[in-house]
Design a protein around this ligand. Structure first.
Ligand SMILES: Cc1cc2nc3c(=O)[nH]c(=O)nc-3n(C[C@H](O)[C@H](O)[C@H](O)COP(=O)(O)OP(=O)(O)OC[C@H]3O[C@@H](n4cnc5c(N)ncnc54)[C@H](O)[C@@H]3O)c2cc1C
Length: 237
């Protein structure tokens, strides 16, 4: 595929990962965000986010979450610091799990796909997690391959990686609108928050030169590292 210019709007987890994936495919990538980065108001840049493959009966999402988990494990090695902590995730119900329940459907699907999970009764809950009010939770399960990511630190590490791969970071910049003309596409107009007054991407020469445009101001869950890589592979191999 002909290499293109890619504009990625929003440098949360989805935007940064999308920028990295596009860059790896050798596109010229600009990542736009008002900043400061990681943005303190972005959904991604909290202290921690749960990472799990339990998504009820949704097999597609579960499969993506499995791939994500591998990436989280790999990032721990590549970053040289453990930012994903695989400490398990406990799901409990105030009655027996039944078909149609999120927990029941998750349990069945994870079991079928060979995950390390354990069904947990009140008795086991009391023994293993004495702080819980065990008699109120008769049934549930423990997903041993889930955990949490230090999400803000992860985004910070990925921003550094994006920069080192050659992604052009346009901080202090806010996407405003996308406009299409007849023979050209004015694809991004940005308002300066501090610095340059306006940056405008004008790509002359017709639609074939139009840049890849990815707007990622908010998106899917924390396993999204894999989801966006997946979507981009489909469109921009
Ligand atoms: C309270 C809370 C708890 C959550 N817990 C979990 C959890 O435990 N596990 C899980 O998997 N998911 C969780 N999520 C969901 C997850 O955090 C989000 O789905 C994910 O972080 C979204 O990432 P994003 O990159 O799409 O958006 P964001 O992280 O919000 O990033 C959007 C970026 O776009 C930028 N931006 C905004 N407007 C513009 C503009 N006009 N121009 C340029 N840039 C712009 C922002 O500055 C920001 O940096 C939680 C979400 C919240 C809010």
């Amino acid at each position: 595929m002909k290499k293109k210019k890619a504009i990625v709007v929003g440098a949360g987890i989805n935007g940064v990962v999308a920028a990295i994936e596009l860059r790896k495919r050798e596109h010229e990538v600009v990542l736009v965000d008002p900043g400061p980065l990681p943005h303190p108001l972005a959904a991604s840049t909290d202290i921690s986010k749960a990472v799990r493959a339990a998504y009820g009966a949704d097999e597609d999402y579960t499969a993506l979450a499995e791939q994500s988990r591998e990436i989280w494990r790999r990032w721990n090695v590549e970053f040289g610091v453990e930012l994903y902590h695989e400490i398990g995730f406990l799901f409990m119900r105030q009655r027996q799990m039944q078909p149609g329940d999120f927990e029941y459907e998750s349990f069945k699907l994870l079991e079928q796909r060979g995950h390390q999970i354990e069904r947990i009764s009140s008795k086991q809950l009391l023994e293993r997690y004495p702080a819980w009010n065990a008699e109120r939770y008769p049934d549930g399960f423990l997903d041993l391959e889930a955990g949490y990511a230090e999400s803000g630190r992860v985004v910070a590490a990925l921003i550094q990686r994006a920069k080192s791969l050659g992604v052009e970071l346009r901080e202090n910049t806010k996407f405003r609108e996308r406009r299409r003309g007849e023979n050209r596409e004015s694809w991004v107009r940005t308002r300066n928050v501090a610095g340059f007054s306006r940056a405008r991407g004008d790509e002359g020469g017709g639609k074939q030169n139009a840049p890849i445009f990815v707007r990622l101001i908010s998106g899917a869950g924390g396993c999204a590292n894999r989801i966006h890589a997946h979507l981009l592979v489909l469109r921009y191999p």
